[in-house]
Ligand binder design. Sequence first.
Ligand code: ADP
Ligand code: MG
Length: 295
Amino acid sequence: MLGQKIESGEIDVQNVSKSYGAGPMAREVVRDCSFTIERGKLNVMIGPSGCGKSTLIRLIAGFQRPNEGRITLDGKPITEPSRDRLVVFQETALFPWMTTYENIVYGPKARGTFNAEARDRAEFLLEKVGLVQFREKYPMQLSGGMQRRAELARAMINNPHVMILDEPFRGLDSMTKELMWEYYASLFEESHRTNFFVTTDIDEAVFLADRMIIMTNIPTRVRAVLDIDLPRPRKLGDIIENDRANDVKMQALAILHEEAMKSFSGGSAAATDFVEAYSRRVDRRKRSDDNGQSD
Ligand code: ADP
Ligand code: MG
């Protein structure tokens, strides 16, 4: 309820190309890439490491300009960073000298818009991310997962039209990560604002996404878009058991595997890791199928 006042935006990426460097040293990272970040949806982008996902985020955020093509928010060209497109990076950190609460209310305080409504929203978000009892603690006193949750709340309080997240849960252990998915999904479900979430983790993508945008290897563009029409609110137990979720996951993995193999034959080390991770996941799935049959 407290999050629904915000009007959410739609982002259109049209025929965008981006290269770094010039002349013979130029490296094309994004090539003729087009997709839509749909209004009010949780849009997840997945692609191999190093394919150009963060580059796309920098373009969408307005930190960099494309060499070709156009990016618009609700039809208006994006030319510079703005508060209506808020980015949470994996490297984003809380201010260590501020408590959880002070960190969360930092944005509105800094802009001089910390009114009664912002105060209510801060309380609501503290509760949503399970940090009510940790409001007076400093970041050093929080676990890694709590810090990430505080960062989500700190971003959400600003009511951006589009929330952009670049692998925000990378580096967390798998149990903490799964807990984060539920917190983050419930934050999304509370507001249904437009979210653009970038990851390399297939389970994360399937659990969170309304739409999964699957990228090719570098120079990247969209390889496929899958709609994930699983019910909300999403709970981990439901999704793990869900056949439709497993079908989508296998479909996405098959596409990602093809992309990884292409760059594998091109000698990319990151792709080697991906092929290994892919095999492990398929093995795990196969093992659990086998177990199921022997029951
Ligand atoms: P991802 O986020 O998918 O892992 P990135 O967008 O970070 O990929 O990087 C894609 C490619 O672009 C990488 O090969 C990286 O080395 C290169 N790259 C990223 N930023 C720059 C830059 N500022 N200058 C030159 N090359 C860059
Ligand atoms: Mg990246």
